[in-house]
Ligand binder design. Structure first.
Ligand SMILES: C[S@@+](CC[C@H](N)C(=O)[O-])C[C@H]1O[C@@H](n2cnc3c(N)ncnc32)[C@H](O)[C@@H]1O
Length: 339
């Protein structure tokens, strides 16, 4: 292997041929980490309720699309469609659903999982493939941004460095080299503080291109996103001297970036995400923890209504809202742009 910058390495490991996110196994089947829709269908039910309320209020009875980006095997979309068909049938009848998943090896699984909604959805591999006359789109994603390639950086004595990886016969060596000009210019242009000597991650092009593609849809857009992370106008913190980059394998968190078959991820800086959406004229309407979002949007009522009809796994459900697990670490952000 030639020397590679960390973001190129991650791009190759996650999205190159044979990469982690090119597998025909879904995230759930891989069992390296669990995402909220794979914990319980109530997560998607709450989102379905939120989507229906916003569509009723904001799209003025006009026709609309509902779009999931990074759907993996379609589990979250399934739970949303199930909810809409059962409880918000008027919306369901009018909905056309798009699942945008870059991994075409999952298409068959998506179609199988969503079979009962078979005339309601289209699978695309990128947002640009969506072909629709509708002028209103509700777009959502769960753990999309944290799976995109990123740089690992550190600021020392007025200079920005990034990690370059060099491979010898037996091991990978991380070397700090002066950051490339494009990366330096991007970071400077954002006017954020940087804490010296602490590593931080900075998203690579895919993050910025994603926001641009969402904006390019050129519709009235409501956008809801769930991810792990925090909101602060600073890059680097003493809380995580080595940054937040980490790996997941067999449900264990680690830093074995150079092992095969690990998921590489990091915590999203929501300030950066907001800056991008605001740059394109979006309004930030909500930023809060997943716990607050779920509770404010009838999570407990939805569970109560289902207590008799299904066997509830209380431990799993607690994981969705518990401060010690996903509830506080995961954040929700909601942007709107009504043209
Ligand atoms: C961490 S997984 C989350 C999967 C699912 N949303 C969930 O919560 O279980 C990230 C997903 O985003 C997909 N993805 C990454 N970049 C994408 C892109 N540019 N367009 C569409 N999907 C993308 C990956 O293939 C993967 O399925």
């Amino acid at each position: 292997m030639e020397d590679m910058y960390f973001d190129d390495y991650m791009r190759h490991k996650s999205y190159g041929s044979g990469g982690y996110y090119k597998s025909s196994l879904s995230v759930n089947e891989k069992k390296d980490f669990i995402t909220s829709p794979n914990i319980s269908n109530f997560f998607g039910n709450v989102i379905g309720k939120f989507i229906a309320e916003k569509i009723n209020k904001r799209f003025n009875k006009e026709s609309f699309n509902i779009i999931e980006i990074g759907s993996n095997d379609g589990t979250l979309s399934l739970h949303i469609l199930d909810y809409l068909s059962k409880f918000k049938n008027k919306i369901y009848q009018k909905t056309h659903f798009f699942l945008v998943e870059q991994n075409s090896n999952l298409e068959k699984k998506i179609s199988k999982n969503l079979y009962k909604h078979k005339n309601k959805f289209t699978i695309c591999s990128k947002l640009e493939e969506i072909n629709s006359e509708n002028k209103n789109s509700f777009i959502f994603c769960n753990e999309l941004f944290d799976s995109l390639p990123f740089h690992r950086c550190v600021f020392r004595e007025d200079k920005l460095y990034e990690i370059l990886i060099s491979k010898t016969n037996t091991k990978y060596i991380e070397i700090e080299v002066e950051a490339r000009t494009k990366l330096k210019e991007k970071i400077i242009s954002l006017n954020m503080d940087i804490e010296s000597n602490f590593f931080f991650e900075f998203p690579s092009d895919e993050f910025f291109e994603m926001v641009k593609s969402i904006n390019n849809i050129d519709n009235n857009i409501l956008f809801l996103s769930f991810d792990y992370g925090d909101k602060k106008n600073i890059l680097g913190t003493s809380k995580y001297p080595n940054g937040t980059a980490r790996t997941f394998h067999n449900n264990k968190v680690g830093d074995s970036f150079y092992n095969n078959n690990v998921d590489i991820t990091y915590s999203i800086n929501f300030e950066l995400l907001s800056k991008e959406f605001i740059f394109y004229g979006f309004n930030e309407e909500l930023f809060e923890t997943q716990t607050k979002f779920l509770i404010d949007n009838s999570f407990l009522e939805i569970i109560n209504d289902n207590i008799k009809s299904s066997s509830l796994d209380n431990v799993k459900l607690k994981n969705l809202i518990s401060p010690a697990f996903m509830g506080e670490a995961f954040k929700v952000v909601f942007f709107s742009k009504i043209i």
